[in-house]
Design a protein around this ligand. Structure first.
Ligand SMILES: Cc1cc2nc3c(=O)[nH]c(=O)nc-3n(C[C@H](O)[C@H](O)[C@H](O)COP(=O)(O)OP(=O)(O)OC[C@H]3O[C@@H](n4cnc5c(N)ncnc54)[C@H](O)[C@@H]3O)c2cc1C
Length: 505
């Protein structure tokens, strides 16, 4: 059965376009007619390779399982992100996807840790987190479905070949009835009230629809160029506006984490796939010239390069409104925040989730649009604040870039979060926030932004008892880590890919 107003047209066939097509085809089934227009003469960005655990929920909902997705995309397992030289040169910490320690009588673990740390009797925070400990040892195992304690709780994500992942989504969507059109959109025709009527292609086709989803990438063909929705520019806080990306041969066995190393005017990523590495240097064009940035990248890659370096330019920020009239922007068309915490694909997922939740029919009330825009803006702003903290919290003063970052003013929302943690050790967690307490805690500890006082209730426990409990936690985690296989062994035994290094993707 088909209702009216049910023609959904997606402009763009990158990761955002095909994820949206797959998820909406599954969600609406035959209730919607979905068409996706992509242009083989205009490429995709294709560099989104590191994810956070929500990606697994996304493809599970489509009925795909982890090991099959890993094999199909040459993926490796990701337990977190290792930050090197961010706090100061030679410093290192892990932002894992997992919990730290155990709450006792309603008191957060980190309050006990803060007390023992001040007494010089606690190990680094990561040693009380199974995910961080596994990652630091280069090991990986699937989380137990029935963990004996919260101490064993961790989550994981994937590093995958972005083009192959988009291909998986494409196959799924087409199988569910999505129509794919390979054509370049030339103009966008509109009704008198500004709503979009149809996409007109260079080959003379007119693709009419009721709801349009702009997944056309940075240019925002529909949301920006056609509907004129402005862009909130966040360069005053997030200075990086360029990236150089290149693939390289795998040398050693793959780490079960993304590596991000601070550089003099930005940072460098290393994302291990089974068959190759992805590398990139994200930097501020105000503080370093392109050729110097390129040299830094080349000098810091171990394996032989595969293919050419690509430069990508961007403005960190978000669309003023992600949904305007009958057009919703998803992916790079909706905004972009540097890939330091692998949030872009996650923001695609949450945008799709919001459409699924809010669009209970095809007659769209203005309140639906308002809710979508409000929550999208909040989510972007909370990711923005999380990213800004990485720069603001540095103790580095060895370059103009880092000196600027540590002295820059920050948004009030972030300042409040920092003040609250300093004053009470409490981590405020909002709805529509991608990163929860453990993530903030990892950052606070990694940058040594710690409260002066622990929760006074901790003092009810004898200090020696607390010390022994912390030690027992560490010992139990160590045992779990010792018995886990190396990441490469796990992959070889469960989900090895047949993709070769250098294979076209
Ligand atoms: C340097 C860098 C590193 C990144 N790393 C990560 C990461 O590690 N993790 C993460 O989650 N995200 C990352 N991202 C973001 C991630 O790459 C994107 O969120 C993701 O790829 C989605 O892109 P997209 O589909 O919105 O746009 P694109 O990939 O640009 O796709 C746009 C589509 O629109 C089509 N199109 C454009 N114009 C027309 C037209 N006129 N007619 C027809 N079709 C048209 C194109 O053909 C293409 O199919 C990174 C981004 C950058 C820049």
């Amino acid at each position: 059965m088909c209702s009216s107003n049910n023609r959904i047209v997606i402009a763009g066939g990158g990761t955002a376009g095909w994820m949206t097509a797959a998820a909406l085809a599954q969600h609406f089934g035959s209730l919607a007619q979905i068409t996706l227009v992509e242009s083989s003469s205009i490429g995709t960005v294709g560099v989104g390779e590191a994810t956070i655990p929500t990606i697994r929920d996304f493809y599970h909902q489509l009925g795909m399982n982890d090991l099959d997705v890993i094999r199909a995309t040459g993926a490796t397992c990701k337990l977190g992100i290792q930050f090197n030289d961010w706090h100061r040169p030679d410093s290192s910490f892990m932002h894992p996807f997992g919990l730290y320690g155990e709450r006792v009588q309603g008191i957060d673990f980190h309050q006990f840790w803060l007390k023992m740390r001040a007494l010089g009797q606690a190990a680094p925070l990561g040693e009380y987190c199974l995910g961080a400990s596994l990652a630091g040892s280069g090991k990986f195992t699937l989380p137990s479905r029935n963990p004996p304690s919260t101490l064993s709780v961790f989550d994981w994500a994937l590093h995958f070949d972005a083009n192959r992942f988009a291909g998986l989504m494409r196959d799924y969507a087409i199988d569910k009835g999505v129509t794919a059109v390979n054509a370049t959109i030339h103009t966008v025709s509109q009704y008198d009230d500004g709503r979009i009527r149809a996409l007109e292609t260079e080959c003379g086709r007119s693709i009419a629809g009721d709801l349009f989803i702009d997944c056309s990438g940075f240019r925002g063909l529909l949301i920006g160029e056609t509907l004129g929705v402005g862009y909130c520019d966040w360069r005053q806080w997030l200075l990086c506006d360029r990236a150089l990306a290149v693939q390289s041969q795998r040398g050693t066995s793959p780490n079960p984490y993304t590596r991000v190393d601070a550089r003099s005017a930005g940072w460098q990523w290393q994302i291990p796939l089974q068959h190759r590495d992805g590398n990139g240097h994200v930097y501020s064009s105000e503080f370093i010239a392109d050729d110097s940035a390129e040299k830094i990248l080349r000098d810091n890659i171990d394996g032989e390069l595969i293919g050419e370096l690509r430069q990508l330019r961007f403005v960190p920020g978000r669309r003023e409104r992600a949904w305007e009239k009958n057009c919703i922007a998803i992916g790079l068309a909706a905004g972009f925040l540097e890939p330091l915490e692998s949030t872009s694909i996650a923001l695609i997922e949450t945008a799709i989730e919001r459409i699924k939740t809010l669009m209970t029919n095809f007659d769209i009330h203005p309140s639906v649009i308002e809710e979508f825009n409000h929550t999208t803006a909040q989510e972007y702003e909370r990711v923005r604040d999380f990213l800004i903290f990485h720069y603001k919290a540095t103790a580095r003063d060895d370059s103009d870039f880092w000196r600027y970052c540590r002295n820059m003013p920050i948004p009030d929302t972030l300042q409040h979060k920092l003040d609250l943690f300093s004053a009470s050790g409490h981590i405020v967690n909002y709805r529509w926030e991608i990163f929860h307490e453990p993530s903030w805690l990892a950052l606070f500890a990694g940058f040594e932004h710690l409260p002066e006082h622990h929760d006074i209730r901790v003092d009810r426990f004898p200090t020696e008892q607390v010390r022994q409990s912390l030690e027992a936690m560490r010992t139990s985690l160590r045992k779990a880590v010792d018995s886990a296989p190396h990441h490469s062994t796990f992959i070889r035994e469960h989900c090895a890919t047949e993709i070769n290094a250098g294979a076209a993707t």
